[in-house]
Ligand binder design. Sequence first.
Ligand code: FE2
Length: 364
Amino acid sequence: MSKDLLSISGTDYVEFYVGNAKQAAHYYQSAFGFQPVAYAGLETGLKDRTSYVLKQGKITLVLTGALTPDSPVAKHHQLHGDGVKVIALNVEDAKQAFEHTVARGAKPAFEPKEESDNNGTITTSAIYTYGETLHVFVDRKNYNGLFFPGFIEWKPEYHPADTGLLFVDHIVGNVHEGEMDKVADFYRTVMGFDQLISFDDKDISTEFTALKSKVMANENMRIKFPINEPAKGLKKSQIEEYLDFYIGPGPQHVAMATDNIIATISDLRARGVDFLFVPDTYYDTVEERVGIIEEDMKTLKKLNILIDRDDKGYLLQLFTKPVQDRPTFFFEIIQRKGAESFGKGNFKALFESIEREQENRGTL
Ligand code: FE2
């Protein structure tokens, strides 16, 4: 492993640009059990945007909506729809992270800046990654406020219980055909990441669609970014559908970890979260493929939870349907029981399921 240039200790937050931040915040509270943390908007002196901050375990989501038509948030949203704008990384030194990455060819988004209030000082800087997506570097070691200076406590009376989500396991990006290697090289040379795994279309294909993927990770493995590109298939792949509707590259899914996927999925389903349908036939052969597992197979089948195994152990996972109008971003719920991989054995079963949904949308 190469030396970690950036000293990344984890994902700091994930910021979505959405059409209606107030309503999105309610969805993440009620459907996913995120807890209200902080707010910024007209009341705090912002003129062009409003943001709600929610937290569950170590996962911080920021939901940002535009207040004016000429806000950059409105322009981004008009083009891309709801989606992830910022994958923020917690670093030791945001100024140094900016200097290191820009010197190695990163496109700067904003220069290092300090923001202070009674709770201390946060330093941030930002660079572009694929598409219009940003990595904001956050150094909050001299800050003990709720989120950032400029935010006030958001304390609604409504706060449904959490659903057992603990931390961000990985975040996947979709890029155009022929771009995956370039983006993987960006993470290698600019960010100092290493490649964990790669898949090609022989690994991940169905009758109609195929994709290639490389998984890039930082040294302490807290940051894992699989990068997908479409490969030639008989019909339009789900990656192409994403690129068509997001109008370019962007984050495809955030995988959130739980240590009890049966409880988490039962809870999310009861709260109305839609998951991909898994055909009953998937469970006919799964035991041959994954061997003995601790969980009750009948329960996993009832909840449509997928299982995969690698040489380190097994994992349980499930994917939501897209969480906004466009067929773009979705979430994965994952529980690792030793496995360090990403569910390659499930891709075929999963893609066949996604294709059924594409068929329904007439976009296959
Ligand atoms: Fe994933």
